[in-house]
Design a protein around this ligand. Structure first.
Ligand SMILES: [Cu+2]
Length: 152
């Protein structure tokens, strides 16, 4: 009898331990992304649930100034590689933040950051499942600095 009680208690504590504390429904999930002087994002793939609130904590961990090696994080609507290329070209002409005046394709973006700077943004993931590209739109970077947010 005592053993049985003990077993039940251990089971309860096991189950309790396996369940991590659930964040409040409205609290955004935090995603940390860094970029460096070698033009690399630390994260190339992010997965989100449709409509999930996400906070991106983006940091440029490089040493170079923003005029030489600025980085941002720009999330866009689903598009082909050719369209993404055109978007990147349009960004190049949009100094100093490198976000085109026509923002219809832009879902969310951070500021352009120099070495040691960071920016935090919160956005709502699209309600439609799909692959949403992200890139750094600083001139010459998007070929190397890109990734995707998969909504499913
Ligand atoms: Cu960059």
């Amino acid at each position: 009898m005592k053993l049985k009680t003990l077993l039940v208690l251990s089971l309860v504590s096991l189950v309790g331990g396996a369940v991590s504390p659930v964040a409040a429904a409205d609290a955004p999930r935090e995603v940390v992304i860094t970029a460096n002087d070698a033009m690399q994002f630390s994260l190339k793939e992010i997965t989100a649930a449709p409509g999930e609130k996400i906070t991106v904590k983006f940091s440029n961990i490089g040493k170079l100034p923003k005029t030489a090696m600025g980085h941002n994080w720009v999330l866009v609507k689903p598009m082909s590689a050719a369209e993404l290329n055109s978007f990147g070209m349009a960004c190049m002409k949009a100094a100093p933040e490198y976000i085109p005046a026509d923002r219809s394709a832009v879902i969310a973006h951070t500021k352009i950051l120099g070495g040691g700077e960071s920016d935090t943004i919160t956005f709502t993931a699209p309600a439609t499942a799909g692959e949403y590209p992200y890139l750094c739109s600083f001139p010459g970077h998007f070929a190397m600095m890109k990734g995707k947010l998969t909504v499913k």
